[in-house]
Ligand binder design. Structure first.
Ligand code: AMP
Ligand code: ZN
Ligand code: FE
Ligand code: FE
Length: 277
């Protein structure tokens, strides 16, 4: 048995469809996966529908972006009721805000002299929640940049000439929402946020765990978040944050060690949360 609890699909900014993600997991002999797209749960039902034929379990998940002290913080929701109306209302607002933000970034790129349109970006997103990677793909296809990363390095990175801040909910709101829809709230790749001093506040808000195992974590980081989890009586999870072959890092699925036990502790935590609501 092997697990990967952090995968993206074409429903957000991944390059594989939910079906292809399940097939890729089957090829790598991963039996429990979590589809954790940015701000959307649209890939879960499709993935679950094909998963059973491969003997794979798909845990419904979502990855929210948030901010604290102008630093990015990502919060994963696991075992959420992914079709809950309250959740869908939040996700709809986020999707609309992302589309407006993409329009502003496109306008900025047009002002610099690039001939691209929001419609092209929308088409590249194929109905997904629009992110900077979709704009990057259009710039790449039109030959305005040489590599995918150029889009970020030259224009769209935070602080870059066409970066626009994304609308986000506060960590408190996100954690409350995840609990309301039956899920567990996990601090995604905490080692990349530089917000360790904020951990006690997040724990007060009801945080359930830390994504201690993550491809971009050093061994020291993994160890540190396992320690934090022990200290606060929280759980740990892990995943590769794979965005498919056409992405910043290429294929990462299955490249991070995640102990199988994390799934059991996640299930128990979710049961506790649901009992207390
Ligand atoms: P957004 O949600 O629109 O802010 O876009 C964030 C996504 O862009 C991340 O999940 C990554 O997939 C991708 N990304 C961020 N920075 C870079 C970068 N420097 N190079 C390539 N992709 C990036
Ligand atoms: Zn992403
Ligand atoms: Fe993330
Ligand atoms: Fe992610």
């Amino acid at each position: 048995m092997s697990v990967d609890l952090h995968l993206h699909t074409t429903k957000s900014d991944g390059s594989l469809t939910p079906e292809q993600v399940v097939e890729a997991a089957a090829k790598r002999r991963i039996n429990i996966i979590a589809i954790a797209d940015h701000d959307t749960t649209a890939g879960i039902a499709v993935a679950q529908a094909v998963a059973s034929t491969h003997g794979i379990e798909v845990i419904p998940a979502v990855e929210f972006s948030s901010k604290f002290n102008s630093r990015d913080i990502h919060i994963l929701g696991y075992f959420i009721f992914h079709e809950d109306p309250e959740l869908l209302t939040y996700l709809k607002t986020l999707k609309e805000a992302r589309a407006e933000r993409a329009q502003e970034m496109v306008q900025c790129l047009r002002n610099i002299g690039f001939n691209l349109t929001f419609e092209e970006v929308e088409k590249a997103a194929k109905g997904a929640s629009i992110g900077r990677p979709h704009i990057a793909r259009v710039l790449l296809r039109k030959g305005y940049i040489e590599t995918f990363s150029d889009a970020f390095n030259k224009y769209l990175r935070r602080g870059g000439p066409c970066f626009i801040e994304k609308f986000t909910y506060s960590p408190k709101k996100i954690i409350r929402l995840i609990h309301n829809v039956g899920g567990a709230a996990v601090f995604a790749h905490p080692g990349l946020s530089g917000l360790d001093t904020y951990i006690p506040k997040l724990v007060d808000m009801g945080l359930d765990g830390f994504e201690a195992y993550h491809v971009d974590h050093t061994q020291e980081m993994t160890k540190r978040y396992i320690e934090y989890a022990k200290q606060y009586g929280l759980i740990v999870t892990g995943g590769s944050d794979d965005h498919g072959p056409v992405s910043k890092h290429g294929v990462r699925m299955g490249t991070v060690f995640v102990p199988n036990e994390v799934v059991g502790s996640l299930r128990r935590r979710v049961q506790e949360i649901r009992r207390s609501f």
